[in-house]
Write a protein that binds this ligand. Sequence first.
Ligand code: E4P
Length: 228
Amino acid sequence: MITLQILLDTANLEDIKRLNDLYPIRGVTTNPTILARENTESWLDLLKNIDDILCSEQLLFAQVTASNCEDMIKEAEFLVENIRKDLYIKIPVIPEGIKAIKKLNSMGINTTATAVFSTQQAVIAANAGADFIAPYVNRLDNIEADGVSVVRDIAEMFKIHNIESKIIAASFKNVNQVKKCCLAGADTATVSAELYEEAAAHPLTDAAVEQFKADWKNLYGDKFMYQY
Ligand code: E4P
């Protein structure tokens, strides 16, 4: 079952390990840019290493690099065979990508329609059988469009027409965009490690903890409760 639990949009193994240890991470999303950013010899080993960090309930996403349906299908089959059977294959919503989503859906392979910038693209990809739709929020904001409104429209459209595809909002540059998208009806969101940590932290929490520590130490010293 898909919940609001947020995913990490990174292939950095240290960040994934550290944040997965601390937080309830829903899974990890990648794309060719994210994999290339890690500058490793083998992108396949990198994806396998990410898979090793995650448990089987957590989701993993990898994107095809081909631009034609035939090669997208071959890449998808290769990824599923070599990484995990329930891998979510990300396919950009170009015409050949929509064709590939239809085929992969009929083959029982999980898909995510990615690089979505409009409600119509989202509806077409959902009809093709995409499990997730990934609208690019910050890239919309950067062209003076409204990423949150696009997410809201997609969510409303899916609700009105009983469309089962889930919305995984993507491309974020700040925590407020993530919050607004989740309130606008996104099923989940994928964010950088940096943004996840910013969302989790609050200076007033840190200040409260410092006060608790100081008051306790003042009367009882440095021992933990179990040390008495
Ligand atoms: C995730 O699916 C997308 O590939 C990613 O969020 C794009 O983010 P960017 O706009 O920061 O590159």
